[in-house]
Design a protein around this ligand. Structure first.
Ligand code: FES
Length: 254
């Protein structure tokens, strides 16, 4: 980067060696305390394309406009709090490198769809978490408390391994056209978390969860568009899990 003491040639050489480029973030802004209108705002910033979209959002918030509002916590793809639509696709901002999304054009950043926007990139997650709670995402057993861990074979553990990876970011549910049109649908994430316990050999509430998902707003609403599988930042085969729950409902075999 050029400094005030450099001559012109030194400044040009420093600029040529610098990894920084100018990238425009085009962000959908909404602040109900100021206006009911949504507006798009451009923020040109200097950034290394090897950095992530989350780093760009931090630069804007910390150096340009402190009112920009978005969720993030771990910054390493674990907590699931920074799912957003980046160039029209649901992604985690902390796992998306600038260089991977054509930084020569403005990078559009907007909130995930199908949930009420509270401010800028922050949506109301309560309907999403309500659907999650409704499928009983915990182990249900009867009988006395065991005195040691509940044993399970490696094959039985493998049966639901994929769906244990969910971080509840809502990238799948908010990429689903059925969910956009009707927020009553349980959505892929709730079904994935039901799958995680339905196919767990130690659990005893599989039938109960299947009945919950046999509802008019349950698994049968899925149109197999695969948007959810494409959107999952953890690589979970979401559509396959939904199909397995449908099949279990038909055969009642877990
Ligand atoms: S900030 Fe935690 S997953 Fe991105």
């Amino acid at each position: 980067m050029a400094t005030p003491t450099m001559d012109k040639a030194e400044a040009e050489a420093a600029a040529a060696a610098s990894p920084y480029i100018t990238v425009t973030f085009r962000i959908r802004r909404f602040n109900p305390e100021v206006s009911d209108e949504v507006q798009w705002q451009d923020f040109p910033i200097e950034i290394d394309p090897k950095e992530r979209v989350l780093d760009g959002l931090h630069k804007i918030k910390w150096d340009v406009d402190g009112s920009l509002t978005f969720r993030r916590s771990c910054a390493h793809g674990i907590c699931g709090s920074d799912a957003m639509r980046i160039n029209g696709r649901n992604r985690l901002a902390c796992k998306t490198l600038i260089k991977d999304i054509n930084p020569e054009k403005p990078i559009t950043v907007e909130p995930i769809k199908g949930l009420t926007v509270l401010k800028d990139l922050v949506v109301d997650m309560e309907p999403f978490f309500q659907a999650y709670r409704d499928v009983m995402p915990f182990l249900v057993t009867s009988g006395n408390e065991p005195t040691r861990e509940r044993l399970q074979s490696a094959e039985d553990r493998e049966r639901f391994d994929d769906t244990t990876k969910c971080i509840l970011c809502a990238a799948c549910t908010s990429s689903c056209p059925v969910f956009w049109n009707d927020g009553q649908y349980f959505g892929p994430a709730a079904i994935v978390n039901a799958h995680r316990f339905i196919f767990d050999s130690r659990d005893e509430a599989g039938e109960q969860r299947l009945e919950i998902l046999n509802d008019k707003d349950g698994v049968w609403r899925c149109r197999t568009t695969f948007n959810c599988t494409d959107a999952c930042p953890r690589g979970i085969e979401v559509t396959k899990a939904i199909q397995e729950v449908k099949r279990a409902l038909i055969t009642r075999r877990f």
